[in-house]
Write a protein that binds this ligand. Structure first.
Ligand SMILES: Cc1cc2nc3c(=O)[nH]c(=O)nc-3n(C[C@H](O)[C@H](O)[C@H](O)COP(=O)(O)OP(=O)(O)OC[C@H]3O[C@@H](n4cnc5c(N)ncnc54)[C@H](O)[C@@H]3O)c2cc1C
Length: 459
């Protein structure tokens, strides 16, 4: 990330030089797209590794690449309107460090430091603030998009509103997000954590509902350790702390959850408390951590996996998946999970239904009566031969009217996929932003190319 030196330290605001530089970058990408003669699909590269589950035969590695690496500047932090404008390759680590200097943070901060802001909009991003505000995209006010034809579009809830809504979860298939403006929130220097343990899922869910209705905490997530142990992690901003814990070397934050009653972390350390792992941290031994604990984190692991992708397993990869379950259907889903899967802990993030997203079908929404979803994330589940847990998760989601992020292995057939994801709204935007299908369509990219399967679906 570069922060322009001409920006004043008390308020970063764009200067003409700043705007010129951004325009030059946008022009370069627009020109590359306009002058393109290749018929190969195009996708993006940036300086940080993709936070998608690395897959052995992913065809997207062989795409023509549009380099977004230099779109890495924070353009404006406005402490009066509580907004921030950035280029998309800026990472959450960079934006949190810069905004904290003003006593502000983004409303949603996913926990891996090098997730980029553009990637989090085009892909997904949820965390312990989602019970109030949904995903990071729900806190965005405006995007600048470069279409596949090299045109530049501005979109917001009032201007090109369908494009604005559909960019989230489009996985780079509806154009290049080249600038975004989003809301900030005031932050104190520390977060006071308290932990509540519940024997039953019912009591755990009641507590989530209670806190989300009372809005008496700033942050809320949880972990399910078994059918009889559920821990809710509640964070409240505080100006002072009697001590602060660090979890960036010998100790791992996720291991503290089942054993502590309370804790204090600096706000920065809280936001990235799971950067070394949400439910498990490697190495696990003290000696291993003493030697390598500082080196092994989300960025180094993903960089290594992408670099040495040929060594990733072809068969039975371990499972990393996160699923959204309507709150009232969580008990059914977890009954299935305890019986069929039994891999713990499961990370839980309550997620507010802030908007009935246009990228899901009205039929799908008609099956959801709840104001909250529970996002459940499973990391590192080993698949025994003969089972495809990814597919089993998808089947179970159909039963409980859930959905999932598309960052991992996806086995939906095309018909089922488009009965969940909204083909009409998707195609309405695709016709405008990528009529020649330069970026592939969403199904082909996430359910076929990602698995190494050739072949386009019809637009
Ligand atoms: C191990 C693991 C744990 C994770 N944990 C969490 C979590 O707890 N919470 C959470 O919210 N998410 C989590 N994620 C998911 C992650 O936030 C999303 O995958 C996010 O989309 C990654 O962003 P990125 O910056 O790495 O972008 P990439 O992975 O590089 O890109 C994501 C998608 O967006 C597209 N894209 C990227 N930049 C642009 C752009 N400028 N314009 C248009 N399209 C673009 C890419 O083509 C790609 O399809 C996790 C992922 C992994 C692998």
């Amino acid at each position: 990330m570069r922060i322009a030196t001409e920006l004043s330290p008390s308020r970063y605001s764009p200067t003409p030089r700043h705007e010129e530089r951004h325009k030059a970058k946008v022009d370069r990408i627009a020109r590359q797209l306009r002058q393109r003669t290749s018929t190969r699909p195009a996708s993006f590269k940036k300086k940080t590794p993709p936070h998608q589950v690395p897959k052995h035969g992913d065809l997207r590695r062989g795409d023509d690449k549009i380099d977004l690496s230099d779109l890495d500047e924070i353009l404006e932090i406005d402490p009066v309107t509580l907004t921030c404008t950035v280029e998309p390759a800026v990472t959450f680590d960079e934006v949190v460090q810069a905004t904290l200097r003003h006593g502000l943070v983004p409303i949603i901060v996913p926990e891996h430091k090098t997730i980029s802001l553009g990637g989090s909009v085009a892909g997904c991003s949820i965390e312990s603030m989602s019970f109030k505000s949904g995903g990071f995209h729900d806190t965005c006010l405006e995007y600048e998009i470069i279409t596949a034809k090299g045109d530049v579009l501005r979109c917001s809830p009032g201007e090109n509103p369908l494009v604005f809504q559909m960019i989230h979860g489009s996985f780079g298939t509806l154009g290049v997000l080249s600038k975004l403006r989003f809301r900030l929130v005031r932050a104190a220097p520390y977060v006071h954590m308290t932990y509540e343990t519940y024997d039953t899922l019912e009591a755990f869910q009641q507590a989530i509902f209670r806190h989300s209705t009372a809005q008496d905490v700033d942050y809320m997530d949880g972990q399910i350790f078994s059918a009889t142990k559920h821990v809710l992690c509640l964070g409240r901003f505080t100006e002072e702390a009697p001590y602060t814990s660090r979890y960036d070397w010998l100790k791992a934050y996720c291991e503290s959850i089942p054993v502590r009653q309370e804790d204090y972390l600096s706000t920065y350390d809280y936001l990235f408390r799971y950067d070394r792992g949400v439910t498990h941290v490697s190495p696990s031994s003290l000696v291993g951590r003493a030697l390598f604990g500082k080196l092994v984190h989300s960025d180094s692991m993903l960089r290594a996996a992408h670099r040495f992708h040929r060594f990733l397993p072809k068969q039975n990869p371990s499972v990393i998946v996160d699923v959204f379950i309507p709150f009232s259907r969580t008990a059914e889903f977890m009954d299935w999970y305890h019986q069929e899967v039994r891999h713990y802990p499961v990370w839980c993030v309550p997620y507010k239904r802030v908007h009935d997203y246009e990228w899901l079908t009205p039929q799908w929404w008609s099956g959801v009566q709840d104001p909250l979803f529970l996002d459940l994330a499973v990391y590192g589940l080993q698949q025994p031969p003969g089972r495809n847990f990814y597919k089993e998760f998808e089947d179970e989601l159909l039963r409980v009217n859930g959905t999932k992020t598309l960052i991992s292995y996806n086995y939906y057939d095309e018909q089922t996929f488009w009965s969940l994801w909204n083909r009409d709204t998707y195609q309405a935007v695709k016709r405008l932003t990528d009529p020649d299908n330069v970026f592939r369509d969403l199904y082909t990219k996430t359910c076929r190319a990602a698995l190494g399967l050739e072949g386009d679906s019809k637009n």
